[in-house]
Design a protein around this ligand. Sequence first.
Ligand SMILES: *[C@@H]1O[C@H](CO)[C@@H](O)[C@H](O)[C@H]1NC(C)=O
Ligand SMILES: *[C@@H]1O[C@H](CO)[C@@H](O)[C@H](O)[C@H]1NC(C)=O
Ligand SMILES: *[C@@H]1O[C@H](CO)[C@@H](O)[C@H](O)[C@H]1NC(C)=O
Ligand SMILES: *[C@@H]1O[C@H](CO)[C@@H](O)[C@H](O)[C@H]1NC(C)=O
Ligand SMILES: *[C@@H]1O[C@H](CO)[C@@H](O)[C@H](O)[C@H]1NC(C)=O
Ligand SMILES: *[C@@H]1O[C@H](CO)[C@@H](O)[C@H](O)[C@H]1NC(C)=O
Ligand SMILES: *[C@@H]1O[C@H](CO)[C@@H](O)[C@H](O)[C@H]1NC(C)=O
Ligand SMILES: *[C@@H]1O[C@H](CO)[C@@H](O)[C@H](O)[C@H]1NC(C)=O
Ligand SMILES: *[C@@H]1O[C@H](CO)[C@@H](O)[C@H](O)[C@H]1NC(C)=O
Ligand SMILES: *[C@@H]1O[C@H](CO)[C@@H](O)[C@H](O)[C@H]1NC(C)=O
Ligand SMILES: *[C@@H]1O[C@H](CO)[C@@H](O)[C@H](O)[C@H]1NC(C)=O
Ligand SMILES: *[C@@H]1O[C@H](CO)[C@@H](O)[C@H](O)[C@H]1NC(C)=O
Length: 697
Amino acid sequence: MAALKVIVASICFQGILAQSSSETTVSTAVPSPSAALDSPLPSQVPDPPTQAWCPSEIFCAGPLLQTVNVAALYSDPKTFVDKPTNKPAEDVLFDFENLTSGNVTEGQIVDFVDADFRGEGLELEALTLDNFNEDPPFLANVSDSLLRAWAQTVHGYWTQLIRTTNSSVLCSGTACESSLIPLNHTFVVPGGRFREQYYWDSFWIVEGLLESQLYDIVNDTLQNFMDELDTIGFIPNGGRIYYLNRSQPPLFIQMLFRYITVTNDTSILTRALPLAEKELDWWQENRTVNVTSPSTNKVHEMARYAVNNTAPRPESYLTDYLTANGPDVSPPLNESQRSSLYAELASGAETGWDYTSRWFSNPAAGNSDLKQLNVRNTIPVDLNSILYRNHIIMEQLYSDNETAAMKHHDKATSVREGILDLSWNSTKMGFYDFNIASGTQNHVFSAASYYPVWSGITPVEILRSAEDAFKYFAPLNLVLKRYNGTFPSTFLDTSLQWDFPNTWAPHQYIILQALRALPSHIADVTLFALSSNQSSFNLLPADQLGISESQLPSQTLLSGVNATNLGHQADINTLNGTVLNGGNTTIYEGWSQTLQRELANRYFASAFCSWHATGGEIPGILPRLSDAELNVTQSVNNTGNMFEKFSSLDIDSAGRGGEYTVQAGFGWTNGVVLWIASVYGDILATPNCPALLANTA
Ligand SMILES: *[C@@H]1O[C@H](CO)[C@@H](O)[C@H](O)[C@H]1NC(C)=O
Ligand SMILES: *[C@@H]1O[C@H](CO)[C@@H](O)[C@H](O)[C@H]1NC(C)=O
Ligand SMILES: *[C@@H]1O[C@H](CO)[C@@H](O)[C@H](O)[C@H]1NC(C)=O
Ligand SMILES: *[C@@H]1O[C@H](CO)[C@@H](O)[C@H](O)[C@H]1NC(C)=O
Ligand SMILES: *[C@@H]1O[C@H](CO)[C@@H](O)[C@H](O)[C@H]1NC(C)=O
Ligand SMILES: *[C@@H]1O[C@H](CO)[C@@H](O)[C@H](O)[C@H]1NC(C)=O
Ligand SMILES: *[C@@H]1O[C@H](CO)[C@@H](O)[C@H](O)[C@H]1NC(C)=O
Ligand SMILES: *[C@@H]1O[C@H](CO)[C@@H](O)[C@H](O)[C@H]1NC(C)=O
Ligand SMILES: *[C@@H]1O[C@H](CO)[C@@H](O)[C@H](O)[C@H]1NC(C)=O
Ligand SMILES: *[C@@H]1O[C@H](CO)[C@@H](O)[C@H](O)[C@H]1NC(C)=O
Ligand SMILES: *[C@@H]1O[C@H](CO)[C@@H](O)[C@H](O)[C@H]1NC(C)=O
Ligand SMILES: *[C@@H]1O[C@H](CO)[C@@H](O)[C@H](O)[C@H]1NC(C)=O
């Protein structure tokens, strides 16, 4: 508990705009081991092999990291690896060896960490923005006055998330050691335990920063990624050495393109293009395999996530250690099973979706057994869509170099062919991951189904008619009518954080963009199906979700009972042809505009209501709920949380599950709020927050 409180302090230490950057607040989580201080440490399994990619004897897998982890000092294993030492590494290792030459107690580990390590994350400091525009132009697009004021509040949160490296406390030479990869430019952190620059989060952060006209911060973010490409050869998951064996969904080129499109600053390309090539080469050489299509027998070069790793992830050491060696692992894993599991866990983290039944060999509701991860055998439809779009963008950026442009054009064409051949299912009207072990499409339907159309790959079956295009989006219609929140990662409730009921900002953005990518003769059409009283489940193509209607999770009601999950009565949120918290119907709206309006409003409802339910207020406009009314179970600091994830079932709350406590801040959530405010501002209506809004009325 103490640890959680301190993590909180680090997110909100700079609430006011005009605060001096010299004021650094160092957070130090207080160790709170569950074992008594005089008890001996639990026995350990042998240390995993040294990881060649990870250069520290303190922060990478080894005797010290494993021993400190089994002592379980903090609720989050990431806390320890983010603490720089306060003396040279060899002295820390000496202290550790002296300590462990005898039988060591819990209390001795607490004393050792207190004596030899400093506050987690102290090398990063908040930065004052000199020219922060409190009223950027996009706010004028929001017609609802409450939501405009709220969007402005969210815009103001950048000032709490912008970081710079405090070079005065960096370890220099051998004086001390730290896991931080010091970046030379400013960046935005997601928030909470995510106190470094992250790779794929930054795409949605950049979308928001561009709306906020914080162009310098976007340039800085891109410069950091380019520095990493220069010095490391690829973009790691995040700015810590323990991320050096893996990347994340490769969105650098897309951030670059958005930056140039908005700012017209093409001067960045001189440096960026060769480094973008370098990144694509890395994915090509290290993450690409040949896959034979069962339907056409053609061979396609496709990318997958695959990390070389045979040890627990340092930032999740105890979690992975227990997944592989815990008391419930029966029979115990052998050496090769254990190594393979560690590679799967790291590969799952590289996907960005850590974790989901989407990567399981035997996906099913209720199954959260990470030993079934099958990431390296999966050809992810979202990863390949991202790479397709990267090549299309590169083709455009090489406007004055036809040879280079053609090279990317050809590569894009072949990736597109591969996606359509392996992942498109024209019977089910959806995209699915492809399994190279079984040579078949997977059955788990997920939000990744919308990446191809977002990226510009629209199958002919979707382009046939509005009715056919609607079938592809029919799961979205079902979610809007049947559930209270936004689009879930999957429809399987497993307790993993990238499964039902959790919903994530990036997916809502991708789905909205996929709807926007449809040609107008398909999109701007009125469809009877949308306003009819027909069950939203019956509008789905057979087997599209891979589960029956009765297997769909049911919507919980405030009364504690569940809505029915069968038939059209299950569509509890349909009101006079529109959906609850979906905004107001406008005349001559095509079906695609209807779904966009509803999803954009739902996203606002979810982000706004959970923020208000955790103590958010806007002085003079929206009063704070009383302490008794707050959603205290998930509130991080009772001042209004922007959560990292939401729930499809309860828009007053954050999502749940996962490996760590729910995080607030939060980079991509805020980015998507600002983007939606800018693009859909004129059709956003004040949300109707269940129960809590009624209390304030
Ligand atoms: C080694 O540890 C013992 C206690 O376990 C301590 O008394 C001694 O000072 C340590 N030696 C050094 C050189 O730190
Ligand atoms: C360590 O603990 C074990 C089991 O409790 C005991 O047999 C052994 O003598 C102890 N060793 C030392 C050096 O205290
Ligand atoms: C972007 O950042 C680089 C590196 O700091 C700098 O040289 C360049 O001038 C910046 N570009 C703009 C448009 O500010
Ligand atoms: C930051 O700049 C320093 C000094 O120029 C350089 O040594 C270091 O490699 C740079 N960092 C990165 C990530 O490129
Ligand atoms: C970029 O160029 C476009 C079209 O020339 C213009 O409308 C826009 O205002 C420019 N953006 C900036 C930030 O200067
Ligand atoms: C592939 O990964 C290896 C090992 O990390 C690295 O040495 C190599 O440069 C990478 N290939 C490319 C093209 O970046
Ligand atoms: C993974 O490790 C193996 C064995 O160490 C090596 O041969 C291979 O090149 C590595 N692959 C990557 C992608 O780094
Ligand atoms: C795929 O097969 C082709 C043709 O044999 C070959 O040129 C290419 O290098 C292979 N690609 C990969 C990633 O193995
Ligand atoms: C075009 O790009 C290629 C890299 O694909 C490069 O080798 C070549 O020098 C470029 N040509 C010109 C005229 O810039
Ligand atoms: C499409 O899905 C159906 C039903 O699951 C399946 O039988 C068929 O093989 C799939 N098509 C492809 C191309 O995998
Ligand atoms: C109600 O629905 C929730 C969410 O789907 C589920 O966890 C719960 O078990 C259901 N309760 C009943 C009584 O069906
Ligand atoms: C979901 O929304 C319905 C209104 O359509 C409401 O009756 C129900 O209580 C809500 N459930 C929750 C958990 O907020």
